[in-house]
Design a protein around this ligand. Structure first.
Ligand code: SF4
Length: 346
């Protein structure tokens, strides 16, 4: 019998520990780096040979992995029946998701252009409108004949107006609408700290291996008709009021540049075990030497495996890691000493 690792549960090494991505079950587990490096080097080896080389603690880890179905023993003759997964990510859409803020300027926008880009998912945000009848007519005219897979509406509430029958009617008449949210105050404030959001599935994992999973193939059109990479985007690529070719804009290298900046290219995140499940709306900044960094610090410190608020949490600066506009540096001795204090002597 030989050892095989489950192809759908890849292991990702961080600076301080490893993480198993359980893609089919949308969850994850942690493992010590040393255990991972040793056990995974034993793939395709005979059971007895492996057991002979493990100490008591490593045997416990192996049993744990088998219990969780992350690995298993199979007869030698079935060795080639468990191929590795090719995680190459492709998508037929030039733009997969669009957010558009409807206003006087953008209300004449032709949504068919998005269909030409093969955009499948749309979020329409509406801040100002005369009344629900006008809004209803506009939405019917604009999107009832489109082929989007999902359309979410975010509509600002007006005081004293009842939205119940509008909601029912619009969902019944426009099948593409998947969700309608009404809000009172202006939303979408960008917080001053960064709190990551995790999504564990094969699509996010595969996309993140190569692309920036937040900005890749996204489009944002603001209420003034400005075309950006995302709500957080600072750069305006063009404006709907100009005689523009939207397809040409989103196909340009300048527009697509951010799509290719995945977390392997960004300091701090490239050392984090969560980097292929983490959806991050921060804009990566480029240094003069072409390396990337983020301005806001994440709530998670991957060098000590601690979240802000956890016992023994320390900021990057406190552990001797500096990542700023000018450079990245890490005081490895200091980090090691702190990790020994937190994880070994505690
Ligand atoms: S350090 Fe980076 S990859 Fe890790 S959780 Fe924070 S933002 Fe995500």
């Amino acid at each position: 019998m030989i050892l095989k690792f489950q192809a759908e549960t890849p292991v990702i090494n961080g600076f301080n520990r490893s993480c198993i991505y359980d893609l089919p079950r949308n969850t994850y587990d942690f493992l010590p780096l040393a255990v991972v490096n040793k056990l995974y080097s034993f793939e395709n080896m005979n059971r007895d040979t492996i057991i002979d080389q493990l100490d008591a603690n490593e045997k416990l880890w192996l049993n744990y992995l088998i219990e969780k179905e992350y690995c298993f023993f199979i007869p030698q003759e079935f060795k080639d029946r468990f191929p590795k997964i090719n995680f190459k990510w492709t998508n037929p859409s030039l733009i997969s998701n669009t957010i558009i803020d409807i206003s006087q300027t953008t209300s004449s926008f032709d949504f068919k252009i998005l269909e030409e880009l093969n955009c499948k998912h749309l979020l329409i945000r509406i801040e100002n409108y005369d009344n629900l009848e006008v809004l209803h007519s506009l939405l019917k005219e604009k999107i009832s004949a489109t082929t989007f897979k999902s359309i979410d509406l975010h509509i600002r509430k007006k005081p004293g107006v009842s939205y119940l029958s509008f909601k029912r009617r619009i969902k019944k008449e426009i099948k593409q609408i998947t969700d309608i949210n009404f809000y009172n105050k202006k939303q979408y404030n960008i917080p001053s700290f960064f709190s990551p959001f995790f999504l564990i599935n094969i699509n996010t994992f595969s996309e993140s291996l190569r692309f920036n999973s937040y900005y890749n193939r996204k489009l944002y059109i603001d209420k003034d008709g400005n075309i950006k990479n995302g709500i957080e985007g600072e750069y305006i690529f063009s404006n709907l009021t100009k005689n523009i070719d939207l397809i040409e804009i989103v196909q340009s290298n300048r527009y697509k540049n951010i799509w290719n900046i995945n977390k392997d290219k960004i300091d701090i995140c490239k050392d984090c075990e969560f980097r292929y499940m983490c959806i991050d709306n921060r804009i990566p900044r480029k240094r003069n030497n072409s390396t990337y960094y983020f301005e806001e610090e994440c709530l998670y410190n991957p060098y000590i495996s601690k979240w802000k608020g956890d016992k023994d949490y320390k900021s990057l600066e406190e552990i001797g890691v500096i990542s700023n506009k000018s450079f990245f540096s890490i005081d490895l001795k200091k980090v090691e000493k702190i990790n020994t204090g937190i994880w070994i002597n505690n």
